[in-house]
Write a protein that binds this ligand. Structure first.
Ligand code: S6P
Ligand code: ZN
Length: 188
């Protein structure tokens, strides 16, 4: 090496039942108040804002934000609905669009909703032991359609970064809502 950067190995224990890491560098809760505008039913969202429920949790190890390195985290989307729409993550593109991600679902049930800036949409079921590959250029959002937390182990390039702005502005082209007791994918 010609500079002072030299990464060291890191290990961590993961509680696959809860998604918690034994020594996270960062752990945060995303509450409804931080994303309520993303839900279809704004009246239902307003009613829930008093209680301001946690919609999802993320436990992260912070690793070098450099090409060639990887980031990893546990993503835990809680069960629940806002109106008829299931709890979901905000969703994002990676700031560096040419970066992919792998999600390994370890518990719960739901979907991974993916979309490109050109308007292609794909949705994949998430069940324990399902591994979803989110290619470069695809925005991604986890949606919990079950009664238990939807827990995934995520790995993505160190320098990927997160672009939330595009999704906050335009949203996704599909939603997952409960109709007659079942999850149904609808057009926005
Ligand atoms: C990071 C990865 C996940 C999400 C997490 C929360 O690239 O995709 O760790 O950060 O599922 O979702 P969001 O959309 O709020 O980042
Ligand atoms: Zn991502």
């Amino acid at each position: 090496m010609t500079n002072s950067y030299f990464p060291r190995p890191v290990d961590v224990k993961i509680n696959m039942a809860t998604g918690e890491l034994d020594s996270p560098d960062s752990a945060y809760d995303r509450k409804l108040s931080q994303m309520y505008t993303m839900y279809e039913d704004q009246e239902a969202a307003q009613k829930l804002l008093g209680a301001d429920p946690v919609i999802y949790k993320v436990y992260e190890k912070k690793l070098p934000e450099l090409p060639g390195e990887l980031q990893w985290c546990m993503s835990v989307t809680l069960p629940g609905k806002v109106g008829r729409e299931y709890y979901m993550t905000k969703g994002h593109y990676h700031s560096v669009r040419e970066t992919a991600e792998i999600y390994l679902c370890v518990a719960g049930e739901g979907y991974m909703l993916m979309e490109t800036e050109q308007g292609d949409v794909e949705i994949k079921e998430m069940r324990p032991n399902t591994c979803v590959y989110v290619p470069a250029y695809w925005a991604h959002r986890s949606i919990n359609t079950g009664g238990e937390p939807l827990i995934s182990f995520c790995v993505y390039p160190g320098h990927a970064g997160h672009d939330y702005g595009s999704i906050e502005t335009k949203g996704f082209k599909k939603r997952v809502v409960e109709i007659d007791g079942k999850p149904v994918i609808i057009d926005v």
